[in-house]
Write a protein of this length. Sequence first.
Length: 329
Amino acid sequence: MTLLLDTAAVSAPPRTLTVGAGDAGRITALARRVAPAGDGRVDDHAYVAAARDAWCELPIPLRRGLRDFRRDSGPAGTLLVRGLPVDEAELPDTPSVGGSVQRTASVPAAVLLMVAAGLGDPAAFRPEKTGALVQDVVPVPGQEDFQGNAGSALLSFHTENAFHPHRPDFVMLLCLRADHERVAGLRTGCVRQTLPLLSEESRAALWGEEFVTAAPPSFGAAGAASPHAVLTGAAEDPDVRVDFAATRATTDRGRAALAELAELFDLTARTVRLEPGDLAIVDNRVTVHGRTAFRPRYDGRDRWLQRSFVLTDLRRSRGSRARDGYVLD
């Protein structure tokens, strides 16, 4: 099936919030004030608590924009915050090893955890990057075709950790360094834009529990996948749960519905090329995301994003977190 649509009429750009230079300086000062907490260990509860306290002192326009987005992420399900403090001149070389994370205090790490405090609570998954709250998204030699954060080929649309019962509510991606050619783009597609375009047959199939999603390679063996629906919740504004590299249908109508949904996401998607200081926040409940291809050079100046996850209701995952921490087992 080939769909011909006026995509300008059915897709919306991400909501954008720009931080002024004066406010960026105040954010830097707050981040540096957080740094000594927990002996400078980003994953320490004291560091997270200090970031949560500092949230209350972030510039009012930023706090207001984040709170508004948490309440209603809009037709695009994505917020782009520009102008956050990232000084490329002070950055070390871009990491180039698998599993790279940020364990020690830094301005970008504090920014991510302060914003996470405004949206909910930071969270991580122990099997993935050893449960670090701030993770590096960088290309790794030999992993070019990997469907995950270490790859550089086209990354297909997915709900983050679609297989997991406690998926992140928000995914945050802060750009520290862009790729050499400035061609790598964050692609997002919101079910709020594709839902009206779906055929009745596909819509009915996507509400059925006739899909299974495998855990990504980064999680290793995660047990047998349970059947689930791709669309759940309110009929007029459903949540979406799909990973086009890992979700498969168990019925013929399900396979046709997945193909139609994938095509619609491609047709209505928006692409944003992140620059240093840009923070993209994706509402993982209603928006899938992916990435265009790019060519790494492995010279220490490759694309470098830092990623954190947010849960809006940490209590729901209490049984999966040891000692009421922020890491799910």
